[in-house]
Design a binder for this molecule. Structure first.
Ligand code: AHG
Ligand code: MN
Ligand code: MN
Length: 336
């Protein structure tokens, strides 16, 4: 019974058999992400009312100030997945190292690891601009019932079994893929239920939006500068316009619906780009490809990049297929 009245819970049950591995574990996992998303949503919504905005006083492994909501969202997602004993390990943008969950217990047959950016766009919290959560799910490569290892997390994006995001926007949506297209669910806040509102989401093949922090322009590789100029220069009726929220989740979400490209290139301040391969780029790349879009570092498909460390950063270009092709063409021609 697909359609606007279908709830996320019903959708998960109905589609359980279409997952590659049907033990029900992945369904339970998506269900707990749904629950944690609702809890975080509740806190994000009252952010201006309670003492939850602003800095938490600590600096995370990436050298960034942690916001209180970063810490809150991180705790809620980790707690929800840990308490229900659903996965064998979690890696988070906000944790120095991965967290193992009873993985050494031989009775623990949990096969999945989750990588998460608990609160994306956190610099936007204090000004009431949309933020999000991004998640990426892999099957562990080491045997169940043995301690989870770094190699379980350092897998290429192409090995993901599911990925998604929550956008806490004018309405709250959970958008995810298990490798069979992308579906979006909108939260009805009055009853706390997600409904299938955006079945089979796809990027338009072409778009007219380019999203990039142009404040860093002078620092960009020549290929990106030339591509931006290509978007700006009047030639025929070139239709491009610029939109940049500064929350990857929200910029991606808009571009998927309207058609567009998101770019976070490298620069002298961010020699490998700013975005994190495992918590941000891989899950967004999986969603993009499942939605008929494309993602790369300018040369190499994001999901083919071999990860070498948990908090690795990579340049990221993602969105409508023809636009990403064009940007790559400029990178090949003009390079750094
Ligand atoms: P996070 O809040 O998880 O650290 O991520 C912020 C990221 C991403 O969401 C956004 O697109 C980008 O940083 C914005 O960076 P600039 O402020 O440098 O444009
Ligand atoms: Mn982020
Ligand atoms: Mn974050």
């Amino acid at each position: 019974m697909a359609g606007k009245n279908q709830t996320l819970g019903e959708f998960i049950i109905e589609n359980q058999d279409s997952f590659k591995y049907t033990s029900g574990e992945l369904s339970r996992l998506i269900n707990s992400i749904r629950l944690a998303a609702k809890v975080v949503n509740h806190e994000v919504n009252k952010a201006g009312l309670v003492d939850i905005t602003g800095a938490a006083g600590d600096i995370n492994i990436q050298g960034e100030d942690q916001q209180k909501l970063d810490v809150y969202a991180n705790d809620k997602f980790i707690q929800t997945l840990t308490k229900r004993n659903i996965v064998c390990g979690i890696a988070s943008e906000e944790e120095d190292d991965f967290v193992a969950i009873n993985s050494q217990d031989e009775n623990n047959q949990n096969k999945y690891v989750v990588l998460i950016d608990p609160l994306d766009g956190s610099s936007n919290i204090d000004v009431n601009v949309s933020v999000g959560t991004i998640f990426s799910i892999f099957r562990r490569v080491t045997p169940a019932g043995t301690p989870v290892k770094l190699e379980d997390f350092l897998q290429k994006g192409s090995k993901q079994v599911a990925a998604g995001y929550v956008v806490y926007g004018t309405s709250t949506m959970l958008v995810y893929t298990t490798g069979d297209g992308v579906n979006g669910f909108t939260l009805n806040p009055a009853i706390g239920t997600f409904y299938l509102s955006h079945p089979n989401m796809t990027f338009p093949e072409d778009g007219n939006i380019y999203s990039v922090n142009e404040g860093n322009y002078l620092d960009f590789p020549l290929g990106i500068k030339k591509y931006i100029k290509y978007c700006q220069e009047e030639e025929g009726d070139r239709p491009y316009t610029s939109r940049y929220i500064g929350s990857l989740v929200s910029d991606f979400h808009r571009n998927m619906i309207k058609g567009g490209i998101y770019m976070y290139p490298k620069g002298s301040r961010n020699p490998n780009g700013k975005l994190r391969l495992l918590y941000e780029c891989n899950p967004m790349a999986f969603l993009a490809e499942q939605a008929n879009g494309k993602a790369s570092d300018g040369y190499v498909r994001t999901m083919d990049v071999e990860p070498t460390e948990l908090h690795q950063r990579v340049p990221f270009i993602c969105g409508s297929r023809n636009m990403v092709d064009k940007a790559e063409e400029f990178m090949r021609e003009f390079g750094e």
